[in-house]
Ligand binder design. Structure first.
Ligand code: ZN
Length: 271
């Protein structure tokens, strides 16, 4: 091949490789915050089982690290009842780490907060409920699923995306292995509720899953949102392995960012 033809060919190849209309469509300048963008409240339960407390403390470290540079205001609490409604509504998001209010005052406050546009990112036992829980509103909020069963011991599991284009999942692989956790299955299945949008499930390829307590099948959503609320639930959150996977860590950041971005008073990331 002549030198000129070769040069032309390499130029065409270069052009072909660099034409991708899906990349870089947003031409805005980088947006450096002059003030804190939002307020987040980490809510955890110090008297929970040891593996849940392990996750909670690692979560406090994880979310505190996301706040390097003071991009937002971050507070931590072990009791929602310590707040008045006016104080609580200042928070764009509550991140519930294996915690849910059990007292009437805390429950009423949380209901009022969520019914008036509050934001919630819930992990693992924050959604645990059974016949003794006695909180119908919360059951509806979660999508109607009562705890059915779990794998034991905690172990890694293959996850698959149910929606690859949602803001929470768009930059994740279609399938990836979640670090070791205890995963809950629910009845009725949250997916059967038309208000629930499932974003990620455990893959059926995992079955049978467990060494002591074994689960052989069933629909197993692990990340979903109730479209009636500004909420997202993530089933991970048991033990000290949950922050060992970059892809799952990215999922957690995406979940927080998505809930915060839908603040009724405006998207704080656009300010
Ligand atoms: Zn657990």
């Amino acid at each position: 091949m002549k030198k000129t033809a070769l040069a032309l060919l390499s130029l065409m190849l270069f052009a072909a490789c660099n034409v991708n209309p899906s990349i870089g469509t947003d031409t805005r300048e980088a947006n450096y915050a002059k003030e804190k963008r939002f307020k987040a409240l980490l809510y955890w339960e110090p008297h929970a089982e040891e593996a849940h407390v392990q996750f909670d403390l690692m979560s406090i470290d994880f979310f505190s690290a996301l706040n390097v540079g003071d991009g937002f205001e971050l507070d931590t609490t072990t009791s929602l009842s310590a707040y008045t409604y006016d104080q609580l509504k200042e928070y764009t998001v509550i991140v519930a780490l294996n915690a849910q209010p059990s007292d009437p005052a805390g429950r009423a406050l949380f209901e009022k907060y969520m019914e008036n546009g509050g934001g919630w990112v819930g992990f693992h036992a924050s959604a645990y409920n059974d016949a003794r829980t006695g909180w119908p509103w919360y059951l509806d909020f979660l999508g109607g699923g009562v705890f059915k069963c779990n794998n034991w011991p905690p172990q890694p599991a293959l996850a698959r995306l149910d929606d690859r284009f949602h803001p929470v999942t768009k930059n994740l692989p279609k399938e990836f292995v979640l670090p070791a956790s205890e995963f809950y299955q629910w009845t009725p299945e949250p997916r059967s509720n038309p208000d629930i949008k499932v974003l990620m499930s455990l893959s059926p390829k995992n079955y049978p899953i467990g060494l002591k307590d074994i689960v052989y099948g069933g629909d197993w959503p692990v990340v979903w949102t109730n479209t009636k609320y500004r909420m997202i639930y993530l089933n991970m959150g048991h033990g000290d392995q949950c922050y060992k996977d970059g892809e799952q860590n990215l999922l957690f950041v995406n979940a927080l960012r998505w809930i915060v971005s839908r603040d009724p008073s405006g998207n704080p990331f656009d300010r």
